[in-house]
Design a protein around this ligand. Sequence first.
Ligand SMILES: Nc1nc2c(ncn2[C@@H]2O[C@H](COP(=O)(O)OP(=O)(O)OP(=O)(O)O)[C@@H](O)[C@H]2O)c(=O)[nH]1
Ligand SMILES: [Mg+2]
Length: 451
Amino acid sequence: MSGAERKRGAEALDEQEQRVVLVGLRLHKDPEPVEEPLAELARLAHTAGGAVVGRAVQRRHKRDPKYFIGKGKAEEVALLARAEDAQLVLFDNDLSPAQERNLEELIGCSVVDRSRLILDIFAQRARSRESRLQVELAQLRYTRSRLKRMWTHLERLEGAIGTRGPGEKQIEEDRRLVDRRIQQLSNALELEGRRRTTRSSSRSEFFKVSLVGYTNAGKSTLLRALTGQAAFVEDKLFATLDTQTRAWELPGNQRVFLSDTVGFIRDLPHHLVASFRSTLSEAADADLLLHVVDASNQDAAGHIRVVEKVLDEIGATAPRLLVFNKVDAIDNRMQVAALLGAHPRAIEASAHDGTGVEALAASVSATVQEAFVELALRVPAGAGRLLALIAEHGNVLERSYDGDEVIVRARISRRDNLRVEKEMRRMGLVAAQPETPAAEPPGPTSLDGEE
Ligand SMILES: Nc1nc2c(ncn2[C@@H]2O[C@H](COP(=O)(O)OP(=O)(O)OP(=O)(O)O)[C@@H](O)[C@H]2O)c(=O)[nH]1
Ligand SMILES: [Mg+2]
């Protein structure tokens, strides 16, 4: 792999306040943008440490194969970049390696596309070992997918008939190096993933709630508002890359775990989704997803669709509750009314002024109530397997001995309670076939049989 190719994007964005020009192409068939078309790219540029000094949007019927935008427009961008002394031109779309090269030649400064920009931001922001590995893996996969096309200019230097040109050899060599590193990273990540699973399985008896949503929706701020515990918040994109879990005390002495995780964005590079799959699926594996939306954003409805799509892609099956955050920042009530019209069960909230925090806690609490039952049993002390089952899957609230019997009280999910009931039937502690399923099931061994 060419070191220059790998470094170019990062180098271009590393220093503070790079002067950047933003460029976007809108095809006539694209839907009308709700926001100013380059607004999100500008936020990405700002997050990466850039200062936007110029913008250009072209409307066209189709992409230009050589320059992506029309040649005339590309020349205009070159003039703009020169006049504004820009060091970098950022494209809102993805470019082929050839287009990138052609544009750089024409414009005379670095050209970076949207996927690479997002990858660079992730690289700048990754802190934990796991997220750094995930980002490097995504970058390498991105580079690998472009290797072949990057070297096409060398392929023209064919050797004698039947021998391979230097370009092809170079590609093979680069690919081998990249593949070896990809393998190393994948192995290291698998190890990290297993460590994380061990950590989180120690919380398996608790109800798990995950905050998910578009980047900058206010997930971390909400984590702080709900749990009263510190979380890193910043008005930049992708402030959070690692999943953080905090205990959240709900009214009525209920305790759940609340996790905050990496945010989503439109056209999230699929190499990133692939690399962050284990982080994302851990979040998605929760018992309940709080889908946080920045309701003050003009394109809130578009953001909801993006998040729903990514959640479906990573196979998140948990029930989802929409949270319309930042309602304090909305002047126009019509905007909230429109969102609520489309999603009537959503909860309005503000992590800043505390609106909706109680409603949210009450709603989560009700979901927990539905998902858990409190067991109260009196069983023979010799029922080791049954007691172990309860201890493993439930949260034991009380355990005492009365002669050769054990009295145990535990909170357990309905799902795990089915296993407990099965074991009790196996032991003959309850009738094999309860006659009236709606009635208190555990019969004589139940103290209060709350279901
Ligand atoms: N006005 C207003 N601003 C908010 C609210 N909640 C969060 N913010 C601001 O929105 C910005 C982003 O907040 P974060 O909590 O970092 O957002 P996030 O969803 O965790 O973002 P990423 O980690 O980047 O995905 C910060 O500047 C917050 O202060 C709110 O209820 N009202
Ligand atoms: Mg965050």
